[in-house]
Design a protein around this ligand. Structure first.
Ligand SMILES: Nc1ncnc2c1ncn2[C@@H]1O[C@H](COP(=O)(O)OP(=O)(O)OP(=O)(O)O)[C@@H](O)[C@H]1O
Ligand SMILES: [Mg+2]
Length: 256
């Protein structure tokens, strides 16, 4: 484990937040959810975001993914500044450049696995790249389950459908908010393995919020948030090293 990125890492940035702040409410009820956060997510890198409940993890992800507005600072996806976009343009950017995986799989119950996977592209009126779609389906091991409805799939398989759906349009970046939060450890490990493979083999960029040091160890890098700020960052995490950092933050929190 180190605190510096490996020298051979690509420097192309898939998404970047600069001095990003998000303030909820006013006066006495004001909550500073993000406090001038600057962070870059490099292409083909798997980043985990960790930190105590309420530290701003989901807020950061939602703001960078264009799902939520921010109070000040800036966000870029690739070369595009989110603040400069009109609503329609933002919707299109989210649809074309960003994939999402949520804790609740958010699959449509009446559609088959395959229909769920291609739904966002069907809505956008785009034809999936057949070769790419096949490789994604093969990677998540769903080739023999494509005609099943979500209710006929296990939780882990359902989340694999959600992973394939996020990958299908070949987005610039995939965001997951605790994507393995509802899975048992074996299914969780499978989904994390697929996310990691999509980074290694397909050059995908992934940003994932998690509470689980074991899940974070699948990432190339862990960014730690506390009270709306980035307080630490590690490359090449292991479950032990992540746990160790988390304990130190807890101790600091209690003594201050
Ligand atoms: N709509 C809202 N209105 C007011 N405050 C909010 C709102 N959404 C979030 N917050 C506050 O912003 C802070 C950051 O919330 P956020 O959901 O980003 O935390 P988190 O790190 O994702 O926590 P968890 O691990 O529990 O999911 C919290 O203090 C929360 O109470
Ligand atoms: Mg959250």
């Amino acid at each position: 484990m180190t605190t510096a990125p490996p020298a051979d890492r690509t420097t192309t940035v898939a998404a970047r937040a600069t001095e990003l702040s998000k303030i909820y409410g006013q006066g006495e009820t004001q909550v500073v959810a993000l406090d001038r956060v600057s962070v870059a997510f490099r292409q083909a890198e798997f980043t985990a975001i960790m930190g105590p409940s309420g530290s701003g993890k989901s807020t950061l992800m939602h703001c960078v993914a264009g799902l939520d507005t921010f109070s000040s600072g800036s966000v870029r996806i690739g070369e595009t500044e989110l603040g400069s976009l009109k609503d329609k343009q933002l919707t299109r950017l989210r649809r074309d450049k960003i994939g999402f995986i949520f804790q609740a799989f958010n699959l449509l119950p009446t559609l088959s696995a395959l229909e769920n996977i291609t739904l966002p592209m069907d809505i956008a009126g785009r034809k999936p790249d057949k070769e790419w779609l096949d490789s994604v389906i093969r990677m998540v091991g769903l080739a023999d389950r494509l005609s099943h409805r979500p209710s006929q799939l296990s939780g882990g398989q359902q989340q694999r459908v959600a992973v394939a759906r996020a990958l299908a349009s070949r987005p610039e970046i995939i965001f997951g908010d605790e994507p393995t939060g509802n899975l048992d450890s074996r299914s969780g490990a499978e989904v994390l393995g697929f996310l990691r493979n999509s980074v290694r083999e397909l050059g995908q960029t992934v940003v994932m919020v998690t509470h689980d040091p074991v899940a974070a160890a699948y990432a190339d890098r862990v960014v730690f948030l506390a009270d709306g700020r980035i307080v630490d960052e590690v490359y090449g995490p292991t479950a032990d090293s992540v746990l160790d950092r988390m304990k130190r933050f807890d101790a600091r929190g209690r003594t201050s």
